[in-house]
Write a protein that binds this ligand. Structure first.
Ligand SMILES: [Zn+2]
Length: 399
C-alpha cells in the first residue's frame, strides 16, 4: 500500500535555474454529465479495461444509486466489491478502507457520494495505487475533479490537504440524481463556484502568486473561472427553479457544470486566495462546522475577500447574488455574532494559517482580515434590509 505523501510543488514548482515559473494545468481524464448517465457507467468503464472494481458509497448511496449502475457493470463483465463510507474524511476512516480494500484485488475505485466521501475515496485510491472514478451525487462543492482532498479530524475540523499525482480518471455526474437532492446543496455549490473566478483573478494578476500545484495559472484555468462566474450570475435562479420542480433543464445543466467542472478545474489550476481561507477558518468554529456546508462558508469567504481587496462594486454584486440565491451574507446567517470577540478572534487566527493568502497583492495581516470580515458582514446586513432574507430562510427552515 502506498501511503507516501505527494507534493506537486516539488515536481512542478520553481527551480533555481529559471527565474520564470512554469504554468501547469491539470484535469480529470473525462468529464461526463447529463440526465441518466448513472445507468451508462458500465459502458464508460468498459474503455478502462477493468474486471474488478471497488464501490465506495454511503449506506444511502448503496441503496439508492449503486443498483442503477450495477446492471451495466455486469453487462461488461465487471465485478465489484462494496465499501460503506461512514461519513467523515478522516485519516482513520481512509486507512481502514484502504486496508480492507487492499485484500480485494480491485483495479479501480468508484466513489459515489457527496464532498467528503469523494475526498476520502481519492485518498483511498491513492493508497491502493489505483485510478479513481468519481460519481458525485450533489453539485455542492468543487471536490470531484481535483487531485487533492481536504482531510478532517474525526469530529469534522479541517486539518490538512493531501495531494495526488493524478486527477480522477473519470467524473460522472447524473443530473437526475443532482435534482433529486435538496436545493440547499446546489446553492452551496454556487457559493463554492462563484469564488473560483475571484480567487483565480487574484492569482492571475499577481506575478508572484501560484496555484495549488505551486505553479503559475494557465489562461485556460482563468477562462474557466470567468465563464463559471458568468454562468452562475445568469442561470442560478432558473437552476434553483429546476431543482424545486425536480426536473433537469438547460440552465440546471449549465450550473451543475459550473459547480463541478469549471469550479473544480478553476480552483485547482487557477489558484486560491482569501475566500477559501475564511472557509477553512470557519470550520474551526463548531457551530459553523456542524450546521453549514463548505460552499456556504466559501460564499461568505468570497464576500470577505472582496472587502479585503476594497472592490466595492464587485462586493455589492456578489453580495446581492448570494442573498438572492440564499447563501449566507452575514455572520449571523452562519450562527455567529460579530460582537462576540472569542469566535471572531478564533475565525481570524484560523484563517491566517491558510497558505494561499500569500497570493494576495499585499501582506494580509490579522487586523486587515478582521476588518474585511466585519465590513463584509455590515454590507451583507445592509443588502438584506433591501432584498430580504426569504431565499436564505427557505433553505434553513429547520436550523
Ligand atoms: Zn471549495
Amino acid at each position: 500500500m502506498d501511503s507516501q505523501l505527494y507534493f506537486p510543488e516539488a515536481v512542478f514548482g520553481q527551480d533555481n535555474q529559471h527565474s520564470t515559473q512554469s504554468r501547469v494545468f491539470t484535469s480529470p481524464g473525462k468529464y461526463i454529465q447529463g440526465p441518466g448517465v448513472l445507468g451508462k457507467v458500465g459502458r464508460y468503464l468498459s474503455i478502462l479495461k477493468v474486471s474488478q472494481v471497488g464501490i465506495l458509497a454511503s449506506n444511502r448511496g448503496h441503496r439508492d444509486q449503486v443498483p442503477v449502475m450495477t446492471g451495466g457493470l455486469m453487462a461488461h463483465d465487471i465485478t465489484w466489491f462494496n465499501a460503506t463510507f461512514g461519513g467523515e474524511c478522516s485519516i482513520e476512516e481512509i486507512n481502514a478502507h484502504a486496508l480492507a480494500l487492499s485484500e480485494q484485488n480491485i483495479q479501480l475505485l468508484m466513489v459515489l457520494g457527496g464532498g467528503k466521501c469523494v475526498d476520502a475515496g481519492k485518498c483511498i485510491a491513492h493508497r491502493l495505487g489505483i485510478p479513481v472514478v468519481i460519481i458525485p451525487t450533489l453539485a455542492s462543492n468543487d471536490a470531484p475533479c481535483s487531485a487533492l482532498s481536504v482531510i478532517y479530524s474525526p469530529v469534522g475540523v479541517a486539518v490538512g490537504v493531501e495531494f495526488f499525482p493524478s486527477n480522477p480518471v473519470m467524473v460522472i455526474v447524473d443530473t437526475e440524481v443532482v435534482v433529486s437532492a435538496s436545493e440547499r446543496y446546489l446553492v452551496a455549490g454556487m457559493g463554492d463556484a462563484m469564488a473560483t473566478w475571484y480567487e483565480a483573478k487574484v492569482c492571475s494578476a499577481n506575478p508572484d502568486a501560484t496555484n495549488t500545484l505551486g505553479t503559475r495559472p494557465t489562461l485556460a484555468a482563468c477562462a474557466m473561472g470567468e465563464i463559471c462566474a458568468h454562468t452562475l450570475y445568469a442561470d442560478s435562479l432558473d437552476a434553483i427553479a429546476s431543482v424545486r420542480a425536480g426536473e433537469t433543464a438547460e440552465p440546471l445543466e449549465r450550473v451543475v457544470e459550473a459547480n463541478t467542472l469549471l469550479s473544480g478545474l478553476g480552483f485547482e489550476s487557477g489558484g486560491l486566495a482569501a475566500a477559501h481561507g475564511v472557509a477553512q477558518g470557519l470550520t474551526q468554529l463548531p457551530v459553523v462546522e456542524e450546521n453549514y456546508l463548505h460552499g456556504e462558508m466559501v460564499g461568505l469567504g468570497l464576500l470577505a475577500q472582496l472587502a479585503l481587496l476594497n472592490d466595492d462594486a464587485e462586493a455589492r454584486k456578489a453580495t446581492e447574488y448570494c442573498a438572492r440565491v440564499g447563501l449566507p451574507v452575514q455572520l449571523q446567517q452562519l450562527s455567529l455574532d460579530r460582537n462576540d470577540p472569542a469566535s471572531i478572534n478564533l475565525l481570524v487566527d484560523a484563517t491566517m494559517t491558510f497558505g494561499p493568502l500569500a497570493n494576495l497583492p499585499f501582506t494580509v495581516t490579522g487586523t486587515l482580515m478582521r476588518e474585511a470580515i466585519l465590513k463584509a458582514d455590515a454590507l451583507g446586513t445592509r443588502i438584506l434590509e433591501n432584498l430580504g432574507d426569504t431565499a436564505y430562510r427557505s433553505l434553513h427552515r429547520s436550523s
